[in-house]
Design a protein around this ligand. Sequence first.
Ligand code: AMP
Length: 411
Amino acid sequence: MTQALLVINSGSSSVKFAAYDVAEPGSALARIANGRIEGIGGKPRLLVWGQGGALLEDRRISISSDPVLGPEEAFEELFDWLGRHAAGRTLGAVGHRVVHGGERFARPALVTPEILAQLDAFTPLAPLHQPHNLSAIRAIASLLPDLPQVACFDTEFHATQPWVAQACALPRAITQAGVKRYGFHGLSYEYIASVLPDYLGPVANGRVVVAHLGNGASLCAMRNRRSIASTMGFSTLDGLMMGTRCGSLDPGVVLHLIGALGMGVQAVEKLLYEQSGLLGVSGISGDMRTVEASDTPEARQAIDLYVYRIAQQLGCLAASLGGLEALVFTAGIGENSASLRRRVCEDAAWLGVALDVDANEAHLPGARCISTPGSRVAVWVIPTNEELMIARHTQAVLQGREAHDWRGGGA
Ligand code: AMP
């Protein structure tokens, strides 16, 4: 029987998943299906796409007793679907994206109750993601207690940064207790780093900045395909302006909000994580497509500020690298918004970036070069694949372990 593994990226109102066939240890992973359960807590829906992107399922999930679909019911629904459609396969493990691994987790970890408790401690550092990542692990553990689950961390890729890139200029008593710049989006950057040589040749090991521009957004400076600096820091708030997060902010503003305006910590947390960024500045939406489609002055200013921050911090990372040889755009906005890429590249002309305007506008799938042949900096669009990265890590941890039926029990 073919062994399969499942990758889960669990958010506040949706669960993204992908299932892969594992042929033999060390062999390439083939994706069987991917999809999402959306509308958790509201009107839930299951969407599944098969190989080649064909839509296999798009249906409302009926909720019998409780009016709200909880994570356990969501996963029951998913395992039920996979059990019916992934016939002839056994489930070997589930791999999870876990945003924060702190200083303790520098490698993917096979989850135990003790490890889960340790990961709970990082929830205040990533309140938008960590609780949902961990509740997915708990929900699956209660459904399939013997199924191996592997936590893959977004912080891991940045462990190679030099001390100065990770340090905060605070007293040692604070920094020794773990207050440092961790960096995030590591699974995305690790995937991009793994495919860079396919596209950039020898430049892949040079001075490269990858711009992961999605709902969350950050830049990562790489040398020899290892992280040497990132715009995200201690929490997922720092750096670039994001969909609903503020990005870099003078800490004096936080003191002002609490001291002069009398806001509580929870209200400040909500403001900075959920009400700021594109949403806060435009007053319309945290979704770039919606903001780009609007012609209000506030929406235009929101995009101006979004671009300004990327261009400014690109300069900072180029300084960390001592130059720039390649710039890579990835994630929802980076892969799809030609106008955003054009504006960032125009602002980066001083670094030697020369954009091929036609290549940038062409709506082509897959990785593509969008700089002119004479550009001193090669500019690429490379679609990210965090799920595949998690699957690769999970496969490595899985090797040698027992297989389980989709509905639990040994195979
Ligand atoms: P992600 O978190 O990677 O799924 O990216 C989500 C972000 O990508 C949202 O702000 C979307 O509006 C944005 N996005 C997706 N497609 C497009 C597009 N065609 N043009 C502009 N933004 C897009």
